[in-house]
Design a protein around this ligand. Structure first.
Ligand code: PXP
Length: 256
């Protein structure tokens, strides 16, 4: 299973002081040395963590493929077409959210931007909830890939296995083992459907050292994008060690 590291939180820490450290580009080099397969970064419309200069420096200097997450923002998409990250993952964005809360709503207005990115040689993934409807639409839109939102699964596992009732998006999900199993089944069926329809299948959001193994076991998923838990662990054990531990869960990797 390939592991993409979402390094937004490095920039979040920098922005807490509006200074120049920690530098997300330094994180890119550490991720590379520690055996990560991809750098994932989200350029938000409000530039609350990563900024345009980070995007440019990271794409120009990274030896790992860069997966740029962004909303349907025409300025950012134009920037992507000229800087050419390996992939653009289109995500929904709300100013008031702490992190991306749900999958993208798909409709035909995505068709032109998807084609424009692809014509620029960029793979396109759509960050969607694991529903068959969304998968059929992603296929119709001729996206190359889907990234399945694992947030509901992650929230259920947090509610079930910790005393944490207070996550920013605690949804009172009625966390029972049966509901968690059901959500895993939903993710498995969605992954299979995506692959059957010719889409590459990735997943991410809220994955951590406790809940990732069950997602790794879904063989149709070829890549995970993980940020918060790895950077959180890195605070205590360092980034190389935090990546090493997550890579052990992900198993043998297939480099690009
Ligand atoms: N994948 C996508 C599309 C995301 O938007 C995010 C969060 O920015 C992640 C993966 C990583 O989520 P987390 O930080 O919860 O691991």
């Amino acid at each position: 299973m390939r592991l993409g590291i979402n390094i937004d939180h490095i920039a979040t820490l920098r922005e807490a002081r509006k200074t120049n450290q920690p530098d997300p580009l330094e994180a890119v080099f550490i991720c590379e040395k520690a055996g990560a397969n991809q750098i994932t970064m989200h350029l938000r419309e409000d530039r609350r963590h990563m900024n345009d200069f980070d995007l440019k420096r990271i794409i120009e200097s990274s030896f790992l493929p860069v997966n740029l997450e962004c909303a349907l923002d025409h300025d950012i998409l134009d920037m992507a077409c000229s800087l050419k990250p390996a992939r653009v993952t289109l995500v929904p964005e709300k100013r008031e959210e702490v992190t991306t809360e749900g999958g993208l709503r798909l409709d035909s207005k995505l068709k032109t931007p998807i084609k424009k990115l692809q014509d620029a040689g960029i793979e396109v993934a759509l960050f969607i909830d694991p529903s068959f409807d969304s998968i059929f639409q992603a296929c119709e839109l001729e996206s190359n890939a889907i990234e399945l939102h694992t947030g509901r699964y992650a929230n259920l596992s947090l509610e079930l296995f910790t005393n944490l009732k207070r996550t920013h998006n605690a949804l009172k999900l009625n966390a029972t083992k049966a509901n968690l199993e059901d959500e895993l089944t939903v993710l498995k069926l969605a992954s299979k459907k995506g692959l059957d329809l010719g889409l590459k299948v990735y997943a991410g959001h809220g994955l951590n050292y406790q809940n990732t193994q069950a997602i790794v076991d879904i063989k149709e998923i070829e890549e995970l994008n993980i940020g918060h838990s790895i950077i959180a662990r890195a605070v205590f054990v360092g980034l190389p060690q935090a990546i090493k531990e997550m890579k052990e869960i992900c198993g043998s990797d297939g480099r690009f």
